[in-house]
Design a protein around this ligand. Structure first.
Ligand SMILES: *[C@@H]1O[C@H](CO)[C@@H](O)[C@H](O)[C@H]1NC(C)=O
Ligand SMILES: *[C@@H]1O[C@H](CO)[C@@H](O)[C@H](O)[C@H]1NC(C)=O
Ligand SMILES: *[C@@H]1O[C@H](CO)[C@@H](O)[C@H](O)[C@H]1NC(C)=O
Ligand SMILES: *[C@@H]1O[C@H](CO)[C@@H](O)[C@H](O)[C@H]1NC(C)=O
Length: 521
């Protein structure tokens, strides 16, 4: 009797950790503070500074780039909760919950022009609707506006091909990373996120207000890669795809939206989310049969930061100043269910933060051609990192290439001879450092510290059977050999030009266009 119940509880625990707006690294963008390390407080503080440039002026090329790659999004045939603009929802928020207490807003006075004039720009505010909003499984009639404009009777255009057409705003940020690299982050908004069925608990993971995104990297105006994100900020991202491997329509990326939870995937079909606790499988359902949401012409453009040198977020002025709002675009969750203590969430969970988060990081995976022979790494330091290092008399940069391979287990030696090495390659695909079945080591190389100039380091290939490059990181070292700081690792995806996807490679030729900055992200 206990066993199935426990597994259900575990199931919902996983569901919740995936669908709820639990704190993740995505949140750091809302604090505007990124310090290098605790002992160097003088350094790399990203402050909110004023944008000298008008929101809509002088950025034609960037706005055109956002439109050039505006994604074609395919909603599921099972979708009931459609996207909307932010304006569509604002009149429905009649109060806010702030640190657990209710603040009433005058009915209907919340607009794009006053959103960021709430105290402290709405920090700690959860904009809230008064109607019941916990569909089990259907929404109450009074809250049917949560289905979005296209979810209303007659609200969707017919495309003439048996599929509906959705036309809604999408919010686009451009992030100029320097050297011709511009990242484009497209954010979708939905009035409602419908959770997943979880046995006796009902539908779990529901929340008002849902933000999801897709991220593109362009180099000198041409697409390079796309990061699809199935659950914002969490561990279940669908990864970085080379542009060549991305499905395109009209030269723009296509994304498939999971029914209810709205994560964006590169392909239709059922996508298993991270296999957690070894046996729990969760699935995002996408298909190529539902309404089409072509966002061309509907991108609302935003500049992210003034320059990659400053790495300071823009204070939005002009029409887009509402983007300074720091609160949540939906209600708080509940905590009064009997299983709350056990799993930390009830059927209703908190709305996620807004889209104006932290976009300075490199893609999930840094892509690099596989090579034979030694690895070569070229990279840059940000202006502030270079300044920080110079002040501390850094003399050398040491590079660690992280290698991995499946760990050899005594009882598996036989398998290898019989040709059944599948447990090893699946261990490789899982890839975690902590995994018992993966062996991890490093090869190193050093070069002189060269400030903001290009650094180049060669290091030996990862040697051994099934060995592959996994990631790399840097250490900042003094003339006496002491290293005073090490960055985090950046994951590497190695490819062969004409082959789809990524391969295991012992060496790479990596030209890292993402400057190393702050915490080394
Ligand atoms: C909410 O609580 C936090 C932590 O106690 C506090 O720092 C913050 O100022 C509070 N916010 C408001 C708007 O009262
Ligand atoms: C709505 O109006 C009231 C009363 O004028 C005001 O106190 C409140 O700040 C307004 N809300 C917003 C978001 O401007
Ligand atoms: C982008 O173009 C500029 C000017 O031609 C060039 O210097 C730069 O190397 C290019 N960027 C990349 C990443 O290739
Ligand atoms: C960077 O910020 C400084 C002041 O903090 C300013 O003088 C400079 O113009 C900024 N650079 C760019 C490219 O925005």
């Amino acid at each position: 009797m206990m066993v199935p119940q426990l597994s259900l509880i575990l199931d919902s625990l996983v569901l919740l950790s995936l669908t709820s707006a639990s704190p993740t690294r995505g949140y750091s963008g809302l604090t505007f503070q990124h310090s290098f390390d605790a002992s160097s407080g003088d350094l790399l503080q990203d402050k909110l500074i004023s944008d000298d440039l008008k929101h809509d002026q002088g950025h034609e090329a960037m706005i055109a780039l956002l439109d050039k790659y505006a994604p074609v999004l395919k909603l599921s045939i099972a979708e009931a909760y459609f996207p909307s603009s932010v304006e569509y929802m604002l009149p429905h928020f009649t109060y806010a919950t702030v640190n657990g207490s209710k603040h009433y807003l005058n009915p209907n006075n919340l607009t794009l022009s006053n959103l960021d004039s709430l105290p402290r720009r709405g920090q700690d505010y959860f904009l809230s609707i008064p109607e019941p909003h916990n569909p089990q499984p259907f929404i109450e009639p009074s809250a049917e506006y949560l289905l979005g404009p296209a979810g209303q009777d007659g609200g969707m255009e017919d495309g003439g091909d048996g599929r509906g057409r959705v036309k809604e705003d999408i919010y686009g940020f451009w992030v100029d990373q320097g050297r011709g690299v511009v990242d484009l982050w497209y954010w979708t908004y939905y009035p409602y996120n419908f959770g997943k069925f979880a046995g006796p608990f009902g539908v779990i993971g529901n929340h008002v207000g849902d933000w999801e995104h897709i991220r593109m990297r362009t180099i000198n105006g041409t697409a390079e890669s796309v990061d699809y994100h199935a659950h914002s900020g969490g561990p279940t991202v669908s990864g970085t795809l080379r542009w060549k491997d991305v499905e395109k329509e009209d030269g723009r990326p296509v994304g498939y939206i999971a029914a209810g939870s709205h994560g964006i995937w590169p392909t239709p079909g059922n996508h298993e989310l991270a296999p957690l606790l070894n046996y729990i499988k969760l699935v995002d359902i996408c298909d190529d049969a539902g309404p089409i949401w072509d966002t061309k012409g509907s991108v609302i453009p935003f500049q992210y930061w003034n320059s990659h040198e400053n790495r300071t977020k823009v204070n939005h002025e002009g029409k887009g100043h509402w983007m300074n709002f720091r609160g949540r675009y939906g209600n708080t969750g509940e905590n009064n269910c009997w299983w709350y203590k056990l799993v930390g969430n009830c059927q209703l969970v908190d709305a996620p933060p807004g889209p104006n988060r932290w976009f300075g990081s490199p893609p999930i995976c840094t892509i690099a051609p596989a090579v034979s022979g030694n690895s070569r790494y070229a990279f840059y330091l940000s202006e502030r990192t270079a300044r920080w290092a110079k002040r501390r008399h850094v003399a050398n940069i040491q590079l660690e290439q992280v290698c991995r391979r499946p760990r050899r287990k005594e009882d598996e030696m036989e398998d290898e001879h019989s040709g059944a090495g599948s447990s090893r390659s699946s261990a490789l695909e899982r890839g975690g450092d902590d995994s018992d079945d993966v062996e991890v080591w490093t090869t190193t190389g050093t070069c002189k510290f060269r400030g903001q100039d290009r650094h180049e380091i060669t290091t030996m290939a990862c040697k051994g059977m099934q060995a592959a490059v996994k990631s790399y990181r840097l250490s900042f070292c003094l003339a006496d050999g002491r290293c005073i700081f090490s960055t985090v690792q950046r994951d590497i995806c190695a490819y062969v030009e004409d082959k789809e996807g990524y391969i295991s490679s012992r060496a790479v030729d990596l030209e890292d266009l993402d400057e190393w900055f702050d915490m080394g992200k």
